[in-house]
Design a protein around this ligand. Sequence first.
Ligand SMILES: Cc1ncc(COP(=O)(O)O)c(C=O)c1O
Length: 435
Amino acid sequence: MNHVYDPGREVSAPEVPGIGDRAGPRTEGHVDGRQGRRPGGNGDHPLHEGFDDVDLERVSRRPGAKWALADGGIAAWIADMDFPPCPPVLSRLREIIEVGDLGYPNWLGRTPLRAAFSRRMAERHGWAADAAPVREVTDLIQGVQLILHLATAPGDAVALHVPAYPPFLSSITASGRRLVPLPLHRDPTCGWALDPAATDDAVTRAGARVLILVNPHNPTGRVFTRAELESVAETARRHDLLVISDEIHADLGYTPHGHIPFASISPDAARRTVTLTSASKAFNLAGLRCAVMHVGDPDLLRKRDALPSDLFGAPSFLGVEAALAAWTPEGDAWLVTLVEHLGCNRRRVAEMAATWPGVDLAAPDGTYLAWLDVRGTGLGQWAGKAFAEGGVRLSPGEDFGPGGEGFVRLNFATSAGILDEALRRMDAVLRGTAA
Ligand SMILES: Cc1ncc(COP(=O)(O)O)c(C=O)c1O
């Protein structure tokens, strides 16, 4: 299955610390897009220009998978946002189109994105990531697949926290590797917790060679703390695991949930980690197909670099240029307002979910995804279908593997108005009043 169009891709938390704020320092040149306020049950919410002016009529005519495959309902499933690209990306792409040169780029096999990634990791996260071990890939999942081919053999075991972003599940099994599911469990203090003892046990029994870490985590929205990452690093050291760390949602953390690159945890973690990321989630550029892969393990790096580079394909010119434009102070200023806006939506979802009998939500620490447990509602495995019939397309939990049954994932990266309408429709379904 083409993972881009995969349906999977694609409560009691009235007061969660940090809701509505952004992680990290406020960037200079912050665009204050507040336009007004909308009422909310738990205090009111500011409106944000460029985010709250997305209109249902217009957005529902979009040709991309998210809206085109929403069957006439509100599209709150696949992890794309409803907002236009940020100003620096738009102006760079317009400039390129207007100049009219869509021929071969002149970067001769080594794009400027490698240095931009290295700079960004140092400036935002204090991780001194060398640019030399960086390669571009078209998307994260291609990077995972390449590394599994290089570092493991058919039949090898690959550990992954579940529930999981569906293409990880299919990518592991499609390459003939064995999935070792590591269940996250609901925890009243942190939302969703890792279980180091169970991980140790599962990894030992399966003889796993690789652990795929997704942080921030999709679908739960957990942003793992330093202590949790240190415990993962300790497990990896004890079992000599290669860690593939997907950090694609790193820029979407809500205060106080700052992102910590796994490779920055310790010198040992740095040597056993492949970091995969891109600008595509935070800056909404998934269709431009461009991501980066940083390999910390010197042996794996030699193996990777011994391969003909054609095997990796080449990133799209527009994808590289868009990422370069996004990873700038202007892009980060937009990101400040984006995260502020998403924080308001997150609060709105948590407030509403808290009123729904039988529904449990741990508000996400990061991402624009709400992982709703609807097992107590009686909708059971039909929840996704029931909400779709009620006019909101969500991602059904079953797609996310073990532990996903009885859950739905709501994508709240839209305007306040569209979100309110989606929540109203969900409310009607849950209260049995849907038309
Ligand atoms: C955690 C995570 N990893 C990877 C991806 C997909 O990235 P790509 O389109 O670059 O394969 C997504 C998309 O939603 C995601 O949420």
